[in-house]
Design a protein around this ligand. Structure first.
Ligand SMILES: [Zn+2]
Ligand SMILES: [Zn+2]
Length: 410
């Protein structure tokens, strides 16, 4: 067992090396080849030990049949002999290189390069053009795809294969006996541990920053990913319990538990006089991911919602709960030109704490508790909570992502 288990950990480490090399065609291909072989070897090493594994003949064939039904697993098996050739990758992979001067004044140009060209060579190519841009941001967006698996981006596909093999090794451990543990030394990166989680592994999320490089032309440096989220810190949980009392996360679909979250949010708001924006992603009745997005303006809100949609897809969430402060005004008011005036621009606006819950099945629930602040800053909530089954417009990017996943059969 430890041999197959260790090889699975090799896959995890190689996946990260491959993600880090996304912008460099040769390194990417090299790590991909290693990863495909290692993924294939996990089950081989398991089969080699069959005489030492109790009941192997009964449980392994079941797992094997399940693996055969998965397209990505069949691709791993097929790819082993072929070892992804550069030509196969070239065919369907993409690279988009574009230049933007700034958001406000425009200035936009798209460049074409073959995907196998290194990022460095592309930049040099652009810099040697007579009409080269001197300011703004150059964005290089890559997408690696193999001809034999044309619908799938490769980080995402290999992550799925890893999760599948993780499950196989987990079942194998359970079959050998509960409490059976392998011992492994600490590895690099730190997330590569012997733990066989039953959940998708968050560190292997395909985040957009893997697939893109942004280069500032003003000083010719790579812009590191703009972090829109405060990372979740478990140490803060204990502090929160001391301040707000304990809140046992209720089990249920986001639509069902929304009122409980609103009640908890009211306690926090009354204490702190302000409430962060929170987003929880659900799978079924369980929370699988938590985010604290920061919106400074409409643009950043739009970007943040796309990041949330990426997370929804990557953890396969089928429900979402949003909580935050918002403006609220009764009824609609129009400008002289007949355009609706947003609540934030109206004189009669009120503050509100809102909880919005949506699910992939199409359910929606919007809760709102309006409140006023007294002269001394105390928060007084209105008696009634507004509770409607309307879909909030700002969550459209999430709904669109679910529709897209539906089309792709994810
Ligand atoms: Zn093990
Ligand atoms: Zn990891």
């Amino acid at each position: 067992m430890p041999n197959a288990h260790r090889r699975l950990m090799d896959c995890h480490a190689t996946w990260h090396a491959m993600a880090d090399a996304y912008m460099e065609p040769d390194s990417f291909r090299m790590h991909l080849n290693t990863l495909i072989q290692s993924l294939r070897n996990v089950t081989w090493l398991l089969q080699k030990q069959k005489n030492n594994l109790p009941g192997f003949e009964t449980w392994y064939p079941i797992l094997q049949e399940e693996m055969k039904t998965k397209e990505v697993m069949r691709w791993i098996v097929k790819s082993r002999n072929r070892i992804v050739k550069e030509a196969d990758l070239e065919l369907l992979s993409q690279v988009k290189v574009q230049w933007m001067r700034d958001w406000l004044n425009g200035g936009h140009q798209v460049f074409s390069f073959p995907p196998r060209l290194s990022t460095e060579s592309m930049i040099q190519g652009i810099f040697s053009m007579p009409s080269r841009p001197y300011e703004g941001v150059l964005t290089i967006a890559r997408r690696w795809v193999d001809k034999e698996l044309p619908e799938r981006e490769l980080l995402d596909a290999t992550r799925d294969a890893y999760i599948e093999l993780n499950r196989v090794i987990l079942v194998a451990h359970e079959q050998v006996g509960h409490g059976y543990l392998c011992y492994f030394q600490q590895r690099e990166p730190e997330c590569v541990t012997g733990e066989l989680a039953n959940e998708p592994i968050m560190c292997m999320d395909t985040v957009p920053s893997y697939l893109r490089a942004n280069i500032s032309l003003d000083d010719e440096r790579v812009i590191e990913g703009v972090e829109e989220f405060i990372p979740h810190d478990p140490a803060l949980n204990a502090k929160a319990v001391r301040r707000y009392g304990s809140f046992s996360t209720p089990l249920g679909s986001p639509v069902d538990v929304a009122p409980r979250y609103l009640e908890q949010g009211k306690i926090i708001l009354a204490k702190d006089k302000a409430h962060h924006t929170f987003v929880w992603l659900f799978r079924g009745e369980k929370i699988v991911h938590e985010m604290v997005p920061m919106f400074q303006d409409q643009n950043s809100k739009y970007l943040a919602l796309n990041r949330i949609a990426d997370a929804v897809e990557s953890v396969r969430a089928d429900g979402l709960l949003f909580m935050g402060e918002s403006w609220y005004a009764m009824g609609e008011k129009l400008t002289d030109a007949g355009k609706m005036i947003p609540a934030r621009d109206r004189a009669d606006k009120k503050e509100a704490l809102v909880v919005d819950a949506i699910t992939r099945k199409g359910e929606a629930r919007a809760l709102m508790a309006t409140f006023e602040r007294t002269f001394w800053g105390k928060i007084i909530f209105a008696d009634d909570v507004i509770d409607e089954d309307i879909f909030p417009n700002f969550l459209v990017p999430i709904r669109e992502r679910w529709t897209q996943m539906e089309r792709q059969g994810n």
